[in-house]
Design a binder for this molecule. Structure first.
Ligand SMILES: Nc1ncnc2c1ncn2[C@@H]1O[C@H](COP(=O)(O)OP(=O)(O)OP(=O)(O)O)[C@@H](O)[C@H]1O
Ligand SMILES: [Mg+2]
Length: 317
């Protein structure tokens, strides 16, 4: 599979009078055509910051201080306005966290869908309208709701509309930041199943961000686990689940119930995430790690390749 997106040593900082908080630290990932890469990690670990940076939608005080983002070999950070507009609309689309609240409340669903197509594609209003009806149907909403306003739809329906908007320009990559977290599990499941049907039909790649590792295990080909801005484990989904190597990944997995496996006691991860303004010397996870030993307090671990598709950043491995 050829690489669609390649990110090398990306660093994103939030600059404030109190100091510089590095929310994404030296992250390198790639996404192949048609692949789903999941990014997991607890609240505040830098998932959304990474999503914003990839689409270059980050705003001050966020600053990309190092690294490169290559899309089909082209450096996104060096794109001019025209190329960036093309990249953002026609190549990549983003479904942001709480996106269902981002629909314009005073414009009908139909208009919001057709506006996107009219602005960025060579289509007539009639063609755009027909395509909007088709898109709505693909995400499981009856086309007669085209004339509805967002407040006339349920949360799940609004989230489907947002996904329909994201699909309108047939992007090659969809970045989804917790697309279903605000919804109940039944609706979440329905939407994810639809997403998978759509992926089979259109063949796009997905960068899927969630704090829910069990959900990720079902939908992602590979999973990256982030902790305090660092990618601490990256591998094929089934390997990360069956043989997690980093104590943080092990903790995350044992803190979620399995749907199919036997009933087991759940264990959380003690302690709180580190303050990004007071990063300790050595490993960021040391204060919460029961395996912490000497090198952990001295040296920052680096991501090591322990098997062809499995990388871990921990002194234990
Ligand atoms: N505007 C900002 N100014 C300063 N720091 C910020 C800002 N936005 C985010 N941060 C910090 O950057 C870190 C990463 O935030 P981010 O929103 O990327 O986390 P996340 O993994 O998406 O979390 P969640 O799961 O809660 O959405 C956090 O520690 C947060 O406090
Ligand atoms: Mg987030």
């Amino acid at each position: 599979m050829s690489k669609l997106l390649e990110i090398n040593n990306l660093c994103v900082d939030y600059v404030s009078p109190n100091g510089i908080a590095r929310a994404v630290n030296n992250v390198s990932i790639s996404i192949a055509e048609g692949e789903t890469l999941g990014i997991a990690g607890e609240s505040g670990c830098g998932k959304s910051t990474l999503a914003f940076a990839i689409s270059r939608l980050h705003k001050a005080p966020a600053l990309i201080s190092e690294g490169e983002i290559l899309y089909k070999g082209q450096d996104v950070l060096k794109m001019n306005d025209k190329a960036l507009r093309e990249f953002r609309w026609n190549e990549v689309s983003v479904v942001f966290q709480s996106a269902m609240n981002s629909l314009n409340p005073v414009i009908t669903i139909g208009e919001q869908l057709t506006d996107v197509m009219l602005a960025h594609k060579k289509v007539t209003p009639k063609q755009a309208y027909e395509k909007a009806a088709e898109l709505l149907q693909t995400v499981g909403i009856h086309p007669d709701r085209l004339s509805a306003f967002p407040h006339q739809l349920s949360g799940g329906m609004r989230q489907r509309v947002v996904i329909a908007v994201a699909l309108a320009l047939e992007p090659k990559l969809i970045i989804m930041d917790e697309p279903t977290t605000a919804l109940d599990v039944v609706v979440e499941r329905e939407i994810l199943n639809e997403l998978y049907d759509l992926k089979a039909k259109f063949g796009f790649s997905i960068l899927f961000i969630s704090h829910d590792l069990s959900l990720m295990g079902e939908i992602a080909d590979r999973i990256g686990v982030m902790y305090a801005g660092n990618m601490i484990e990256l591998g094929e989904a089934k390997t990360v689940f069956s043989e997690p190597q980093h104590p943080y990944t092990q903790g995350l997995i044992s803190s979620f119930p399995t749907i199919h496996g036997p009933k087991e006691r759940l264990y959380g991860i003690p302690g709180n995430p580190v303050n990004l303004l007071q990063i300790p010397q050595g490993c960021n996870f040391q204060a919460r790690c029961s395996h912490c030993f000497e090198p952990c307090t001295e040296h920052e671990p680096v991501l090591k390749t322990i098997a062809p598709e499995h990388h871990v950043s921990c002194h234990l491995v």
